[in-house]
Design a protein around this ligand. Structure first.
Ligand code: PMV
Length: 316
């Protein structure tokens, strides 16, 4: 088995998280950090089992283990291997519960491992759809952006719609350097999505206006991306973060690291993904990005240097 095939991509949301759940546009790009999976033998029980998801002892939590179990059950059932004792081992390069799409990447990697092992014929669209169902187990109302990027590994403009999601490939004329910084605070997307939902129920008009405003920023950001205008892109990222703060999905830890990134020369910095902790992203000119990353490293944050590639493709 070619382990390289059974991959689910992590992702960053460049612009538009949360409002994307309410039918607005968002832009997401794949990370070269992935989750790999492989069928390693028969399971001891008569069902699909997964190990490796909880391999990081510091990350161990019952909810995480339970997630892998529930995802395994659903995947086995949908792919018609529910009664077969199959064991899948996963290698997560992505930190969990950090807003980097680890749960969708887990689902995609496990689906691909099963598909290859049994020689099933399943399209990427169907893989993405099944991963979407798995995401539904994690948080009730996923937009569909995570499973799409986890499956296809390309930068996209995304908009959720009952009539069929809008998914458009995006490319840029220049590679854009990105620092991903982890706050070190784990946060469950289900919680922040729930918080936004509660606020929206209380103040629908104000929330809808914020979602519309973010949608406008996403379209301005799309224009900046396709022109390769890093400083214009940075500005809309900063504005987007301010509105995410208004939606109360930021946190003191996120504000601190975002502030530090901006002060050390980032053109733009914002939370990425669910928020409430988790990860932030910053962009900077190629000759500044190392000093931004270094400043965050010295302050004790775990960082990843990555880039948005000209063809929007995260495959190394
Ligand atoms: O925290 P993540 O990586 O699962 O990203 C969540 C993105 C949201 O827009 C907050 C939710 C969604 O389903 O799109």
């Amino acid at each position: 088995v070619d382990l390289g095939q059974n991959v689910g991509y992590g992702k960053i949301i460049l612009l538009g998280e949360h409002s994307v759940v309410y039918g607005r546009h968002a832009i997401a790009a794949p990370l070269s950090l992935v989750i790999r999976a492989d069928v390693t033998g028969p399971a001891h029980t008569s069902e699909l089992t997964i190990t490796g998801w909880d391999s990081d002892p510091a990350a161990h939590n019952p909810a995480g283990a339970q997630l892998a179990e529930r995802v395994a059950k659903l995947i086995a059932q949908r792919l018609g291997v529910g009664d077969l004792p199959v064991h899948v081992d996963v290698v997560p390069e992505l930190p969990r519960a950090s807003g980097l799409g680890a749960s969708a990447a887990l689902a995609v990697a496990v689906i691909r491992a099963i598909v290859h092992h049994f020689g099933l014929s399943v399209s990427d669209e169907a893989i993405s759809q099944l991963a979407f169902e798995c995401e539904g187990l994690v948080h009730g109302t996923p937009s569909g952006i995570d499973n799409t990027v986890a499956t296809f590994g390309r930068m996209i403009l995304f908009r959720r719609s009952d009539a069929g999601n809008e998914i458009r490939d995006i490319s840029t004329p220049v590679s854009i350097p990105v620092v991903v910084g982890l706050t070190g605070v784990r946060s469950l997307t289900a919680d922040t999505v729930g918080r936004v939902h509660a606020g929206w129920q209380k103040n629908p008009q104000h929330y809808e206006a914020i979602f519309d405003e973010i949608d406008g920023l996403v379209m301005t950001g799309l224009d900046a991306l396709t022109r390769g205008d890093l400083s214009a892109l940075g500005e809309v990222m900063n504005l987007n973060h301010g509105l995410l703060n208004a939606l109360q999905v930021s946190s003191p830890e996120l504000e601190a690291v975002i502030d530090l990134a901006r002060r050390s020369g980032a053109l733009g910095a914002k939370l990425t993904g669910g928020g409430g902790g988790g990860a932030m992203i910053a962009i900077a000119e190629p000759d500044r990005i190392h000093s931004v990353a270094n400043t965050l490293d010295v302050a004790g944050y775990q960082t990843y240097l990555t880039e948005i590639r000209t063809n929007g493709n995260g495959k190394l």
